[in-house]
Design a protein around this ligand. Structure first.
Ligand code: BGC
Length: 450
């Protein structure tokens, strides 16, 4: 049978994504302030191999070369985040013009290359000075965040039309404040829920500021990490556990943003741990977004476990499934399920996959090549399911592969490689992996072979 090309809609935005702390390095340069990740990564035992983001991919100095590489892959869009303490070292007050200037130059460089910038305001690197005043637990941080948004909008808003307020507030709330594995390393469930509420509130506040300063082309959204939850068995308690996990991970974020309220079942379930909410908060949180960003990596298989605290469940790894180097099950139809569900239940005007990709043990050979077939097939399968969703009227407008290049993978340091581009961290040389060449063809054809 002849191969069919799965064509994506005209103007579909094919892109790749990164985040400031994961790639920039230059951690104290040109007046940059300290972030919670600068501090956290230097605590012994926190990060695999005691790695830090001090240098990372040295993107701060090599951004021109990196944009050149994006051009080679013919990317149409690039999603990156701004480091808040690079722009405002103390989180509020004095602006660091050199830091702001860096993003100004980066945006110009992208536009010269015909690449649409998508800016994430917060990809986890809170200014340490704000953490010392309570961080996201303190409602004042929500106001400082919208002031920060205003500064970026004034400087870059004439050229940047797509803004993402937060990246994965679930991760910030729970990994950072309940499980303590991410910065700032707090382990207190009620704090995590309060933090979560303030993240959502700050999203709503920043959204208004960005829309006010911007023009009719300004589009604002938020990125959530979503994952369909499956019960591990037909047993009633596993089915219940999957529902709880779904509310914990997905609905706790989708419902307030789109419906203006937290899911009632989960609110009751959390009992005395629920956050403090001020009268205006829910209407601020549910201000209309222009698009939803979805990060999709895997599904969640959930088993009831009364021994576990609070949620009383554990996540299982189904036997016989295929896994990435992160230990995440490869489950491409999950992207379709999530897209359909979001479209059917929440009806956003537009959706972007703001992250999807996989880490594997890539090997650079003597010729500088990386034969990363597994990444290619991971992306191929996910693209197919995204295409199926579009055919069924899901308003998916673009797709960002995570990641443009190998980078600092949080608690795993440099041991995990997600990039389309291989980074040799000793020389800072970049090498296109086979997946980069493959992706280039997908973009050129605006689609892939079935
Ligand atoms: C984050 C990225 C991260 C990726 C892979 C997402 O949770 O937004 O920063 O590198 O997943 O773990």
């Amino acid at each position: 049978m002849a191969e069919k090309i799965l064509k994506f809609p005209d103007n579909f935005l094919w892109g790749a994504a990164t985040a400031s702390y994961q790639i920039e390095g230059a951690c104290t340069e040109d007046g940059k302030g300290e972030s919670i990740w600068d501090q956290f990564s230097h605590i012994p035992g926190r990060i695999q191999g005691e790695d830090t983001g001090d240098v990372a991919c040295d993107h701060y100095h090599r951004y021109r070369e990196d944009v050149e590489n994006m051009k080679t892959i013919v990317l149409k869009a690039y999603r990156f985040s701004v480091s808040w303490p690079r722009v405002i070292p103390e989180g509020k007050g004095k602006i660091n013009e050199a830091g702001l200037g860096f993003y100004d130059c980066l945006v110009d460089e992208l536009l010269k290359a015909n690449i649409e910038p998508f800016i994430t305001l917060y990809h986890w690197d809170l200014p340490q000075a704000l953490q010392e005043k309570g961080g996201w637990k303190n409602n004042d941080t929500t106001g400082h965040f919208s002031d920060y948004a205003a500064i970026l909008a004034h400087k870059l808003g004439d050229r940047v039309h797509h803004w993402i307020t937060h990246n994965e507030p679930w991760v910030v709330s729970f990994l950072g404040h309940a499980f303590g594995t991410h910065a700032p390393g707090i382990m207190d469930f009620p704090t995590a829920l309060q933090v979560c509420h303030h993240l959502l509130l700050s999203h709503g506040k920043a959204l208004e500021v960005l829309k006010d300063i911007g023009d009719e082309n300004t589009k604002v959204g938020i990125t959530l990490n979503l994952s369909p939850a499956y019960p591990a068995s037909e047993k009633e308690d596993d089915i219940k556990a999957a529902k709880i996990f779904d509310s914990f991970l997905n609905r706790w974020f989708l419902d307030p943003i789109f419906k203006g309220s937290y899911p009632a079942d989960m609110w009751d379930y959390y009992q005395d741990k629920v956050p403090k909410i001020l009268p205006e908060d829910m209407s601020i949180i549910s201000r209309k977004i222009d698009f939803l960003g979805i990060n999709y990596y895997t599904r969640s298989v959930v088993k009831a476990n009364p021994k576990e605290k609070i949620l009383k469940l554990t996540l299982l790894k189904p036997k016989g499934a295929e896994y990435t180097d992160m230990g995440w099950e490869i489950y491409p139809q999950g992207i379709y399920e999530i897209l359909k569900r979001v479209q059917d239940n929440y009806c956003p005007n537009a959706i972007y996959i703001t992250e999807n990709g996989a880490s594997f043990q890539d090997k650079l050979d003597k010729e500088g090549k990386t034969q990363d077939d597994r990444r290619i097939s991971y992306l191929k399968e996910h693209f197919s399911f995204a295409h199926k969703a579009i055919e069924e009227d899901v308003r998916l407008k673009g797709y960002f592969v995570w990641s443009l290049m190998d980078n600092f993978e949080w608690i795993y340091g440099y041991s995990k490689r997600f990039g389309l581009i291989y980074v040799d961290y000793t020389t800072q040389k970049r090498f296109f992996k086979e997946s980069a060449y493959w992706y280039k063809k997908v973009i050129e054809n605006n689609g892939k072979r079935s």
